[in-house]
Design a protein around this ligand. Structure first.
Ligand code: HEM
Length: 380
């Protein structure tokens, strides 16, 4: 430890930001129900491409943790867990050093300070952390790996390489990367793990967000990830679906991941409308984003819908899943699917899953209710 937890806490407190709120009027739930009624039943096995194993698990499942991760990737085991009750040894002690999860408990305390806004919603640091998790891990592709370029992915290179931070697609992530560097230096954890832990921690910090299982042990790399593997906001549905399929992320899993825009705000797509959210309840992990992207019912003037989200909400390969997330029961279906899909994303490029350690028990508890969430409330 280079600085004390207390010092870090006070330092991090200055990062706390307030979140936006857009209270409003009741939307057209009947329209959503009508659409759901027209959609074939789905369950959680989405009828999408069957999931495949990735990384070292393709060459053999050799350990109990490897088996657990394989089960999650193949969706035969939940990607969420409420496992808790962990009391860590004192940080810096021999006992703490011997326990892989110990340091993550302390990291978790620091992240709670910087991710939670005064209203109880997740704040801009949390939102940036979710996006950072995607932008680090998403720079990997199975075809590229098969052709000998098996690098990129969840390896921390977005923060450790000299140039990724300056790529246009990473605009807006510089501040959260700076915070990650401080936390890494303070606690001595790996950057690849820290970025994924922060993304998962941020998600459960958002009211209604799933408590996604976390596995530690990624290998860091300062080698720049391959270019052109992150999506563009004006890409066609074909291009987006192919791009994610190349990451072994099936179309229905893409729909689940895009729900992260439930918390988000845009700054660079249209700078004149900077700060505008992608649904009426930024900072809450509800399904309003799915409803409002489809344009069912009145849309608050401040909601800025991404062209990429709209094309995926309308494409024949993804629309049924989109509609289901928007409809009754959509929240738990989406949380289940998001957890599975995010764990897959967070393991892209990871070739030592058999030797990772599960540390889900250090995460804060999920919050399954929040005033104003999921009520289809929007304001004109
Ligand atoms: C088709 C795929 C995707 C596209 C085209 C896309 C595009 C974008 C764009 C253009 C922004 C706004 C950046 C800005 O102007 O400030 C954004 C923000 C965001 N994205 Fe995505 N995204 C995609 C997938 C994802 C995924 C898979 C995740 C996470 C799992 C994610 C999480 C976020 C978050 C949390 C923000 C908000 C960041 C903030 O508020 O600071 N996105 N995305």
């Amino acid at each position: 430890m280079k600085i004390s937890i207390l010092t870090l806490g006070f330092g991090l407190l200055t990062f706390i930001d307030s979140t936006l709120a857009y209270p409003g009027i009741r939307n057209t739930i009947r329209e959503i129900e009508k659409r759901v009624a027209q959609t074939p039943p789905d369950g959680n096995n989405d009828g999408s491409t069957p999931p495949v194993l990735i990384g070292d698990l393709k060459n053999g499942i050799r350990t109990p943790v490897g088996q657990t991760i394989a089960n999650i990737l193949l969706k035969t085991e939940s990607g969420q867990s409420s496992e808790a009750g962990y009391t860590p040894p004192i940080i810096g002690s021999k006992k703490c050093k011997q326990d892989t999860c110990c340091v993550w408990w302390y990291v978790s305390q620091a992240l709670t300070i910087i991710f939670k806004g005064p209203s109880g919603r997740c704040n801009k640091n949390a939102r940036a952390a979710v996006r950072l998790g995607f932008h680090d891990a998403g720079t990997w592709s199975q075809p590229l790996a098969d052709s000998g370029s098996d690098f990129g992915g969840a390896d921390g290179s977005i923060a450790l390489s000299s140039d990724e931070i300056n790529r246009g697609e990473n605009n807006g992530l510089q501040d959260i990367i700076g915070k990650m560097k401080i936390i890494k230096a303070t606690f001595g954890v790996g950057m690849g793990d820290l970025i994924q832990f922060a993304g998962i921690h941020a998600t459960v910090t958002c009211p209604l967000g799933p408590r996604i299982r976390f596995f530690a042990g990624r290998k860091d790399s300062s080698k720049s990830a391959p270019n052109n593997l992150l999506p563009g906001v004006n890409d066609s549905a074909d291009k987006l679906i192919q791009l994610f399929q190349d990451k072994t992320i099936a179309p229905h899993d893409l729909v689940a991941l895009l729900g992260a825009h439930t918390t988000s705000q845009q700054f660079f797509v249209d700078p004149k409308r900077k700060g505008e959210p992608q649904d009426g309840t930024p900072g809450i992990w509800d399904t309003l984003f799915y409803n409002q992207t489809m344009g069912t019912g009145p849309l608050p003037k401040k909601v800025f819908r991404f062209a990429s989200d709209i094309v995926i909400s309308q494409d024949s390969r993804t629309k049924s899943e989109w509609v289901q997330f928007a409809g009754p029961g959509g929240q738990s279906h989406w949380n289940d699917d998001y957890a599975h899909s995010y764990i897959r994303l967070s393991m892209l490029g990871v070739n030592n899953m058999n030797s990772m350690t599960e540390c889900t028990k250090v995460l804060p508890a999920a919050q399954s209710t929040f005033k104003g969430a999921g009520e289809l409330l929007v304001e004109e």
